[in-house]
Write a protein that binds this ligand. Structure first.
Ligand code: ADP
Length: 496
């Protein structure tokens, strides 16, 4: 019972039903307006026809009716059948009176319509133009149109003559039209509604297909796409939008999957190593020195583990807006020079030439810790992805209201297909598994640049090298006291 009621409500609320109702209302109103309009037009045309006939009959009356010394007389040839017929026709509804309203002649049919009073006659004559009136017969309740006017005899006496014509035929035509039209009106509305229903069904069926396809898509089969109909309409646009949404969802699912795998790998490696070191110490170490060495090794791995977890937490805080920036105006030149100095030893270890080309001062309003993290991440990547014998250059200069910081290397480069993704969280270029990393470093770089009102660009040729360019807005030169930029930590760090 309840289920039936709910499905009935869903049907009534359905687009198809509402569209059909709208069409039905529209068609009804349109047909009503059209019907009334044509009825008015038909009425006017029919009345005009009667008036034209009356005008012609009036001309005939003038020809056949002679009024002389208050005597009205119809002059025609009784032998002529046609003339006789015309005059009989004119005499059927006919009224004649003198100027004072004294009736000279009146047909019985006119008496049924009502005799003109002397006042009405005087008013009609005063008009100086044809007199028109509609009256209903007392006898058979038929409508009549009356045309009256002035007659003048040889002695210049003025008379009032009126003739009438039944408008019943016109009314009948009008009523017939109205009856027929309003009889077929419900059928036309029904036909309009059926067409509306059919059109709505056709328009909505792709939406149903879309909903069914969307139903089939789950976390396990995100590769499903709805085939476009290539009609270029709104539904195609919807399908396109939906497909790109699923595509984004798929890549985000994929990223999360990869991240889980990476995180577990990143956490498992140091954990296994700590466990191994501690087990070896437990079973084989005999001197305090051996225990000490094992603990130091384990602590190093614990530190690495801590760094990974910190990086993950930090990025999630940064992206959820919980990381407040402590901004101050600093000159980027000494900051860059310091970090480049810190990276000299690892760079030499990889047999790389690391140089800084800086033109100062480069004043920027930044959170120093975050900016150092950004520079370190870029330098660390450059060192990591450049083969021995290559070179890495860090540049910093101010130009056109911007501070431009660049890290250029002669490393492995990034394939063009990977370029749009390298700033995505947890993205790592495939085929570089031997290099350690979580794929978070560049996400940090992009977030830090953006959080400081700047942005980062990349330029890379596979096999030849990569250049990362960070553009930050210039800050106004500060007071000398603020302008000190000291050295940071002693050891180089990749702060992902
Ligand atoms: P990772 O921890 O893997 O280095 P990043 O977010 O720092 O993560 O970098 C994402 C990916 O971009 C890396 O896996 C690497 O393939 C590529 N990449 C970053 N910097 C460079 C570079 N200087 N040269 C070549 N590839 C790079």
């Amino acid at each position: 019972m309840m289920g039936r009621l709910l499905s009935k409500m869903a049907f009534v609320r359905g687009l198809r039903f509402r569209f059909t109702v709208a069409i039905a209302i529209f068609v009804s109103l349109l047909l009503l307006v059209i019907g009334f309009f044509f009825r008015q037009r038909l009425e006017a045309v029919l009345e005009e026809q009667v008036r034209q006939v009356l005008d012609e009959e009036w001309a005939a009356t003038k020809a056949y009716l002679i009024i002389h010394r208050r005597e009205a007389e119809w002059r025609y040839d009784p032998e002529d059948a046609e003339e006789t017929l015309i005059v009989k026709q004119l005499q059927r509804v006919y009224f004649c009176a003198d100027e004072e309203g004294k009736i000279l002649d009146v047909s019985p049919a006119f008496e049924d319509l009502g005799i003109f009073t002397p006042q009405q006659i005087r008013d009609a004559l005063a008009l100086n133009q044809p007199f028109w009136e509609e009256r209903v017969s007392d006898f058979d309740a038929e409508p009549y149109i009356i045309r009256g006017g002035l007659f003048v005899d040889d002695d210049n006496r003025r008379y009032f003559v009126a003739i009438g014509k039944s408008a019943a035929e016109s009314r009948r035509v009008l009523e017939e039209f109205t009856r027929t039209y309003f009889t077929i009106l419900p059928f036309m509305i029904l036909a309009g509604s059926l067409i509306g229903w059919f059109l709505a069904s056709r328009a909505i069926s792709p939406v149903h297909e879309l909903a069914q396809a969307a139903d089939r898509i789950s976390g396990l089969n995100l590769s499903l796409r709805i085939p476009p109909r290539n009609s270029g309409d709104e539904i195609d646009h919807l399908i396109h939008t939906f497909n790109s949404m699923v595509e984004r969802l798929e890549s985000s699912f994929e990223m999360t999957r990869r991240f889980s795998a990476d995180v577990s790998h990143e956490l498992r490696t140091p954990l296994t190593s700590i466990r191994g070191q501690l087990e070896v110490a437990l079973f084989t170490a005999s001197t305090a020195e051996q225990y000490r060495d094992a603990i130091i090794d384990a602590l190093e791995d614990v530190e690495k583990l801590g760094q990974t977890i910190r990086a993950m937490l930090l990025l999630s805080q940064a992206e959820s807006g919980q990381l407040a920036l402590q901004k101050s105006v600093v000159d980027l030149v000494p900051v860059v020079a310091d970090i480049v100095d810190q990276f000299q030893i690892p760079a030499e270890g990889e047999q790389l030439t690391l140089t800084a080309e800086v033109e100062g001062p480069c004043w920027v309003e930044v959170d120093r810790i975050q900016i150092e993290r950004m520079i370190s991440n870029l330098l660390s990547n450059a060192v990591k992805y450049t083969k021995p014998g290559g070179s890495v250059t860090a540049r910093c200069r101010a130009a056109a209201g911007q501070v431009v910081f660049e890290v250029q290397d002669t490393g492995v480069g990034i394939p063009p297909a990977a370029l749009p993704h390298i700033f995505d969280r947890f993205y790592r270029v495939p085929g570089q598994k031997e290099k350690q990393g979580l794929g978070l470093g560049l996400s940090f770089v992009a977030w830090i640049a953006k959080a400081h009102g700047g942005h980062v660009e990349v330029d890379s040729v596979p096999g030849r090298g990569t250049r990362f360019i960070v553009r930050l807005p210039c800050a106004a030169t500060p007071e000398p006291a603020v302008a000190t930029a000291g050295a940071s930590a002693d050891q180089p760090r990749e702060l992902s």
